[in-house]
Design a protein around this ligand. Structure first.
Ligand code: GDP
Ligand code: MN
Length: 365
């Protein structure tokens, strides 16, 4: 689960890490700033690189910048919230983060004395593995930071690193990044940006936080599918895919690619094929790129004749003008194939490969 900057900053502030004063705004007309003077107005989207993409505006005109950013798009994300912060007088930009190092199974502290938007062009951060259970000693952190080129005075930065560890473990984080961590002209240390990911399996322990997670943008079709509880992902190909079970669906998609085609979607239905066939087909067919459809059912507990019956009824009701290719195996396959023959007047394919190949060829322009 990923979180936008202002949530990451609230978490960090909760553990005592200093952050700039700021307010979250989603409506320029209702904006009420508790401070005057220059501000940083920052799009709250779950993506980095906002500075370069125009998502961070340093200005004296808070309202103008808020109006400019709200409703705009940044990459794939539409901006529906901005963070308006008191502008910080930055003397030095540092990079500080903690991530889970999966190869070691421990948190890893990363630090670079050259933080900010160009961080990737530097030498790469220095790293220090930390204990999962024991809070690091501030002396150990200070030594690591000094060796890594941290500017003097190191102590307040070591203290932030220690608080970052508290926040990281307290939030069940996989990644907590501050870039830049800044030293201001008057010597204060502040987290000017924040990025947080927490372990999905901690959702129960972190229920309040989990409720504030960012979601990847969904397409219109994905939103339509979600309304019916369908597991649908919109892809950029032209061969529609409908199968039961996530594994068989991905296998079918792989077969489409193997035969030189491109899947138009992931759509997995199972025992609910009977009740959800109509909305499922509607979603697949609402994609204007779709030029053929392969239906791949493999019956086990969910019977093929029940799933096929649902899809065939939906097909007859919707009467799509694209060709469909069936591959049906497992429990109830004889009855299912008979349904396709009598109701649609076509012959299901003996092998999945042949059905997929036929669908790929039919989709060729
Ligand atoms: P990102 O590009 O998405 O990582 O967004 P950041 O929050 O890191 O902002 C990008 C850059 O904008 C930072 O590296 C700073 O150089 C600059 N910036 C952000 N806030 C302030 C601020 O309050 N004052 C100043 N002077 N620069 C800021
Ligand atoms: Mn940043």
């Amino acid at each position: 689960m990923d979180f936008v900057e202002h949530v990451a900053k609230e978490v960090m502030a909760g553990y005592g890490i200093p952050v700039p004063a700021g307010v979250v705004v989603d409506d320029a007309d209702a904006m009420d700033l508790p401070f005057d003077g220059p501000v940083a107005v920052k799009a709250q989207v779950p993506a980095g690189g906002r500075g370069k993409a125009g998502g961070v505006v340093l200005t004296d005109d808070a309202e103008g910048a808020v109006r400019q950013l709200l409703g705009s798009t940044l990459g794939d994300h539409s901006v529906d919230r901005v963070l308006v912060e008191e502008q910080v007088d930055i003397a030095t930009e540092l990079y500080l983060s903690i991530v889970v190092d999966g190869s070691v199974g421990a948190p890893m502290l990363m630090f670079s004395p050259s933080g900010g938007v160009e961080v990737e062009s530097g030498d790469g951060p220095s790293t220090l593995h930390l204990s999962v259970t024991d809070r690091p000693a501030v002396e150990e952190l200070a030594e690591f930071l000094a060796d890594a080129g941290c500017p003097e005075p190191v102590a307040p930065i070591a203290e932030v690193a220690r608080l970052l560890y508290d926040a990281f473990t307290g939030a069940d984080a996989e990644m907590l990044e501050v870039n830049p961590l800044v030293v201001t002209g008057d010597g204060r240390v502040l987290a000017v940006d924040g990025k947080l990911s927490i372990d999905d399996s901690a959702a129960d322990r972190q229920a309040d936080l989990a409720a504030r997670a960012s979601h990847a943008p969904v397409t219109g079709l994905e939103a339509q599918a979600a309304e019916h509880g369908l597991r649908f992902i919109h892809l950029d190909g032209d061969v529609g895919v409908l199968a039961n079970g996530a594994g068989l669906t991905m296998t079918t998609m792989d077969a489409v690619v193997h035969h030189g085609g491109r899947p138009a979607n992931f759509l997995e239905i199972g025992g609910d094929a009977y009740t959800l066939a109509v909305p499922a087909l509607e979603v697949v067919l609402a994609n204007p790129e779709v030029r053929s459809l392969v239906v791949n059912f493999c019956g086990a507990f969910a019977r093929c004749d029940v799933m096929t019956g649902g899809v065939v009824e939906a097909w007859k009701a919707l009467q799509p003008d694209i060709p469909v290719f069936f591959s049906i195996h497992g429990t109830g396959m004889d009855e299912a194939r008979e349904i396709v023959r009598t109701e649609l007047g076509m012959e299901p394919y003996e092998s999945m490969d042949d059905a997929v190949l036929a669908a790929v060829e039919a989709a060729r322009p």
